[in-house]
Design a binder for this molecule. Structure first.
Ligand code: GLC
Length: 547
């Protein structure tokens, strides 16, 4: 059926599923598509509109699937193409959309293209990758996987040359200057979108093109390619989205939206660490500051905002001093650090303090953008810092108090389920969360429902209103139909905020979490006393209406 709501992503609630970790449907110890399909009602109940699936393609899994060896199939651990088609069909029945990762920058070194390329300079695939006789080219390019890779060049004995890679050496970069690569990726996209997919999370896009004397990031040539790719998608699959993963400053991110003809969405990377900074400092200034330095984006575009994902909490978009401070505060043990980030989950980062978890979620849902939830964070799952790389935040979803947390019936699973006193599956699991009306899960469901009941939160303009108190953030969301004032106290002490909002002085205010009338005093200074970590969504009731 033709897509009619072409900007659906502006209102959508996204949810990131790590397939391997979510639900094992065939008892082999790995999460898979059958298991995921069985649990689709879970998302429906929570109110999720769109799933983002981690890479499901065949892969030697040297980077957990971000090293693809066949773009046209499903990893045997996850099932078959038929399983994938069934997943899409069942999701559609429930009105749930699905996007998947599309890794454009690189392939696995096990991909037949690379295997052929390295054999001979005459291979038709030689020019699909980036080669050099020396490892001295592009010396101004930073290394991303700092903890493991000493260089972006690795010598390949068989090829007799160095190949370029921005990530692991098992992930050679593709040569996007080669038109054959561009055409191949259109075919790949066609293949998946024809199955009914709703778009892609385009992985690691800033690095597609290399040019001597540059940082090799966000180059104009890269934008030309992405625009061209979008035009093809628009033409053949209108309504399908490109969600860009570009871990960049706001002003470098802005060009990815171009004139509304490149990406529909980009993750807002820089605001994320600042939310964690704010709650630790009890001061919202950093959040305001980065949003004020965030350029406006075209009307048909939307930010994607998040608190955590499957990677380390990246500290690339902060200053060196802020990074050190964040590590001290949030990653006191060495094992908690990885590259330029922190490999921990939301609940442990926030001391499992329900007030802080709610606060940051409410702020995320109040800022411009469509929020994305990382699997398991809605039940307050913990992490396992003893696992390798980022695997500590990719442990099995905790479904119930049963062996393997109800994730799998296998004797052994791909990674152990969390089994400690605070975050163990015995207590922290979906079954308990659903039974307990006061659980974080039910609260999250309510938050999602309210966000959807008030489209001003997804489509309205936003303004930061001075509160006279650095601990209290006030975001005014306005549209022609609705106005909501979001208030958040980042401090662990009670705080008074004073807001000057003469235009709404006459309106009754209704607090949406408590359903209580609020601050009805008809003066121009709206004085509010906020409890530690308290938040409010104040709906300006239209004058003369009793809602
Ligand atoms: C992205 C993914 C990350 C992966 C990297 C290389 O940053 O989020 O998990 O390792 O790309 O593909």
């Amino acid at each position: 059926m033709a897509e009619t709501n072409l900007t659906w992503y502006k209102d959508a609630i996204f949810y990131e599923v790590y397939i391997r970790a979510f639900k094992d449907g065939n008892g082999d110890g790995h999460g898979d598509l059958i298991g995921l399909t069985e649990e689709l009602d879970y998302f429906k109940n929570l109110g999720v509109d769109c799933l983002w699936l981690s890479p499901m393609y065949p892969s030697p899994l040297r980077d957990d699937g971000y090293d693809i060896s066949d773009y046209y199939n499903i990893h045997p651990d996850y099932g078959t193409l038929d399983d994938f088609k069934r997943l899409i069909a069942e999701a559609k029945k429930r009105g749930i959309r699905i996007i998947t990762d599309l890794v454009m920058n690189h392939t696995s070194d096990m991909h037949p293209w690379f295997q052929s390329a390295r054999q001979s300079k005459d291979s038709p695939y030689r020019d699909w990758y980036v080669w050099s006789d020396t490892d001295e080219k592009y010396s101004e390019t930073r290394i991303i996987f700092l903890d493991t890779e000493p260089s972006n060049w690795t010598y390949d004995e068989v090829a007799g040359q160095y190949f370029w890679h921005r990530f692991y050496r098992t992930q050679p970069d593709l040569n996007w200057d080669n038109p054959a690569v561009i055409e191949e990726f259109k075919n790949i996209a066609r293949f998946w979108l024809s199955l009914g997919l709703d778009g892609f999370r385009a992985d690691a896009v800033p690095y597609l093109i290399e040019r001597e004397g540059t940082s090799n990031e966000n180059l104009p040539e890269t934008h030309v390619i992405l625009k061209n790719f979008r035009a093809f998608m628009e033409e053949e699959f209108p309504g399908a989205i490109l969600l860009g993963e570009a871990n960049m400053w706001p002003w470098d991110l802005r060009p990815y939206f171009a004139d509304g003809d490149e990406f529909q969405m980009c993750f807002h990377f820089p605001v994320m660490p600042r939310l964690f900074m704010a709650v630790k400092k009890g001061d919202a200034a950093d959040v305001i500051n980065i949003m004020e330095r965030t350029p406006d984006i075209p009307d048909n575009c939307q930010w994607c905002t998040f608190l955590r994902n499957h990677d380390e909490l990246t500290l690339e978009m902060v200053t060196e001093e802020e990074r050190q401070w964040m590590w001290q505060q949030y990653a006191p043990e060495d094992r908690m650090r990885l590259n330029l980030g922190i490999r921990r989950r939301l609940a442990p980062l926030l001391d499992n303090d329900r007030r802080k978890i709610e606060l940051l979620n409410v702020v995320l849902f109040s800022l411009p953008g469509s929020p994305i939830i990382y699997y398991g964070d809605e039940i307050g799952m913990g992490d396992n810092i003893w696992l390798f790389d980022r695997n500590g935040v990719r442990t099995p979803m905790q479904w119930k108090d049963a062996p393997n947390g109800g994730f799998s019936t296998a004797d052994e699973t791909y990674a152990p389920v969390i089994d400690d006193e605070v975050y163990g599956y015995q207590e922290v699991n979906v079954e308990n969360a659903l039974l307990n009306d006061c659980s974080l899960w039910h609260w999250t469901r309510y938050l999602i429902a309210m966000r959807k009941a008030h489209p001003v939160l997804s489509r309205g303009t936003y303004t930061f209103v001075p509160t006279g108190n650095p601990a209290v953030l006030a975001i005014l969301r306005e549209s022609e139909d609705e106005v909501i004032l979001a208030l958040a106290n980042f401090s662990d002490e009670p705080q008074v905020a004073r807001l000057h909002l003469p235009q709404y002085a006459e309106n009754e205010k209704k607090e949406l979490f408590s359903h209580m009338p609020h601050g009805c005093a008809r003066d121009e200074m709206h004085r509010t006393l906020m409890e530690p970590y308290e938040y409010q969504w104040l709906l300006m009731v239209p004058n003369g209406k009793d809602q």
